[in-house]
Unconditional design. Structure first.
Length: 151
């Protein structure tokens, strides 16, 4: 569960914000390179962004959410069960800053793809960053985190 005490220290400390702003793009870049071979399986159907109809639950860490809030200051109106950054024509409007779950999920992945392994490996690096900086760790559902995040 996300708590203010888990995200505020990141947002309020300029040095920590800088470190997060350096760490997360690097982590995301490595993750994107790892899933690059799977991109051909994505049909850009946008079903995964409609959580209510797809049955998916997207969760984020406080570090992912803090990085997102640093870079995307405004949250559009949250429509229950749907990512507020989904545009029916453009797709994801915040692709550069999207969370791990958005980067690792594919509706029709190849047999050799292990979303869970890739997700857990990336998550362990986030946990290590949080531990190294003596921060509290929290994990919450994406839409709930967006609605509760300080702006």
């Amino acid at each position: 569960m996300l708590t203010s005490s888990a995200i505020h220290p990141i947002l309020e400390n300029a040095e920590l914000r800088t470190q997060v702003s350096q760490f997360m793009p690097s982590l995301y870049h490595e993750l994107d390179r790892s899933v690059q071979p799977m991109q051909q399986t994505c049909r850009n159907c946008k079903k995964c962004c409609d959580f209510a109809s797809s049955g998916l639950n997207l969760f984020v860490t406080n570090l992912e959410l803090a990085y997102f809030v640093i870079n995307v200051p405004a949250v559009p109106k949250i429509i229950t069960g749907r990512c507020p950054y989904l545009d029916e024509n453009q797709g994801c409007t915040v692709r550069e800053f999207r969370p791990i779950g958005c980067r690792t999920y594919f509706c029709a992945p190849p047999k050799e793809y292990s979303e869970q392994t890739l997700y857990e490996n990336t998550l362990s690096r986030i946990k290590q960053f949080i531990e190294n900086h003596r921060l509290a760790y929290s994990y919450t559902e994406w839409l709930k985190g967006l609605s509760e995040a300080p702006r």
